[in-house]
Design a binder for this molecule. Structure first.
Ligand code: GDP
Ligand code: MN
Ligand code: MN
Length: 253
């Protein structure tokens, strides 16, 4: 058994309005069932999701949080603007974005962007993945899956990994429930987070710095699916999410 991960070479610095699928197809001969993994940073750049702190005026809530966590109040305002809820305010901001993804600073980031610009994650990463996927399929004539990724921390371990924040034509979860283990015992719980695992694998070639490799092709694994899929279906339902409940409890104490 094996699969390949291939970095797409020659991707330029991405600007607002750039046709990412065209750039990808010009630099890579795609094959049926390739999984095209794209860093949210370049998706956001192409979508024009950049801004400057000096253009923001912090509101009362941002000033209040900034006084507690010591961050620039305009940065706090930027995070608030992109969040439906802050689960943690101090010592860092853990946000639930409008799209429902939970991450530090709502994904607002100042790395790999020029000057004093900051970058959002795409507003609706599932919609971005679908748009990119449909255009990639049209240009290449192949059946493809897409994963839009970001780098996120984990709650219980040091170190960040690539995670899926938007998907197209790939089921994000592989259910092992009902399958047998080596000894014939029926698996009762395990659901494998395939989209996140693929994002993590791709991140090995993306890196976090000046690599200039925001697009990775995973070839040789068959996770293509015709039905609509979205990353939102992987967000744990509110009533089952005891970690969020715990964080809200601490926040309101
Ligand atoms: P994130 O994980 O989506 O926040 O993206 P990162 O900032 O970690 O960047 C992932 C990869 O994309 C790294 O290899 C960066 O050097 C690369 N990258 C970021 N922006 C661009 C760009 O505009 N053009 C190219 N060619 N690479 C970029
Ligand atoms: Mn990022
Ligand atoms: Mn990254």
């Amino acid at each position: 058994m094996k699969f390949e991960a291939i970095a797409v070479e020659n991707i330029p610095l991405i600007q607002k309005g750039d046709d990412l699928p065209l750039i990808i197809c010009e630099n890579m001969e795609l094959q049926d069932r390739d999984i095209v993994i794209i860093a949210s940073t370049v998706v956001a750049k192409a979508e024009g999701e950049t801004f400057r702190l000096k253009d923001l005026i912090p509101g009362e809530k941002a000033l209040e949080i900034a006084a507690k966590n010591g961050q620039d109040p305009r940065f706090v305002q930027a995070v608030l603007d992109r969040s439906r809820e802050l689960l943690v305010e101090v010592p860092f901001m853990l946000a639930i974005t409008h799209a429902g993804h939970t991450c530090v600073n709502a994904g607002v980031d100042n790395s790999n962007i020029e000057g004093d610009f900051l970058l959002n994650t795409p507003g609706d990463p599932d919609a971005s993945a679908a748009r990119l996927g449909e255009r990639l399929e049209k240009l290449s004539g192949k059946k493809l899956s897409v994963i839009v990724t970001d780098t996120n921390g984990r709650a219980f371990k040091i170190g960040q990994t690539g995670v899926a924040i938007g998907i197209y034509r790939i089921k994000p979860i592989k259910r092992w429930i009902g399958e047998k283990d080596l000894f014939g015992k029926v698996l009762e719980i395990t659901e494998e987070a395939v989209a996140d695992e693929l994002a993590g694998a791709a991140n090995l070639l993306m890196g976090e710095g000046a690599g200039g490799t925001p697009v990775i092709i995973i070839r040789g694994l068959d996770y293509y699916c015709e039905v609509d899929a979205c990353i939102k279906e992987t967000y744990r339902p509110e009533e089952m999410d005891i970690i969020k409940k715990g964080l809200r409890y601490l926040q309101n104490k």
